[in-house]
Design a protein around this ligand. Structure first.
Ligand SMILES: C[S@@+](CC[C@H](N)C(=O)[O-])C[C@H]1O[C@@H](n2cnc3c(N)ncnc32)[C@H](O)[C@@H]1O
Length: 206
């Protein structure tokens, strides 16, 4: 993330927010009340998407060090339905909402699985299995490998760049993620092709 003003700014959010919102909007049900975003980053997705879903409460979450930036984005937004960031770091903290009074109908996480370690991905998915109710949906956006192969040269380069920054980061295998989700009774509903060699994986908790 780079800073162009006083608050943090993620250029990728500007590029992907509409296409991700289109998928999210397609899986929202009329009686959904709570969306939980894991790894909200700057909070830009919340600020863009939540006002378009006025019937739900949008719960942001992040590592503590990123809360201030999210609060700055929320302070400048007119949205009435976004909650301040909860503390969630997969592998280190309890699942957000455990101590709060909501159970998410939808969980969304964007560009996080390739940043956190595989051990953290495993914990995150176990958390989802433990805390989601039947019928809850999970939207995961990001790059994925299929059959052990990168889907593009740019993703292969991105993987090298990630690992140079943090050896535990890296593009995850679609099949391995689905297998972990399946073990938690969270089944793949759809795998949507997105621009720039990304995917939107949508799951349903049985
Ligand atoms: C590439 S950023 C994406 C942020 C935001 N979702 C977006 O699309 O702009 C990855 C985010 O994952 C968060 N993250 C890293 N490790 C995490 C963990 N173990 N649990 C939850 N979030 C984590 C980081 O703090 C960071 O904000």
């Amino acid at each position: 993330m780079t800073k162009v003003t006083e608050k943090p700014f993620a250029p990728s959010c500007e590029r992907n927010q509409q296409v991700i919102f289109d998928v999210l909007n397609s899986i929202i049900r009329t009686d959904d009340k709570h969306i939980l975003e894991l790894g909200s980053g700057t909070g830009q997705h919340a600020v863009f998407m939540a006002p378009q879903l006025p019937n739900v409460t949008w719960h942001t979450s992040e590592l503590l060090e990123n809360h201030q930036g999210i609060k700055q984005w929320l302070a400048e937004s007119d949205a009435q339905n976004i909650k301040p960031p909860l503390h969630y770091q997969a592998g280190s903290t309890a699942f957000p909402g455990v101590d709060a009074d909501f159970v998410p109908d939808v969980v969304m996480t964007v560009n996080t699985l390739h940043i956190m370690s595989w051990a953290c991905v495993q914990t995150l998915i176990k958390d989802l299995g433990q805390h989601l109710k039947a019928g809850a949906r999970v939207l995961i956006y990001g790059p994925f490998n299929y059959d052990g192969e990168f889907t593009s040269d740019s993703n292969a380069d991105f993987d090298i760049w990630l690992k140079n920054k943090d050896a535990l980061s890296g593009i995850r295998d679609f099949e391995a993620v689905c297998e972990l989700m399946q073990a938690e009774q969270i089944k793949l509903l759809k795998d949507v092709t997105m621009p720039a060699n990304n995917r939107c994986l949508v799951f349903n908790k049985c």
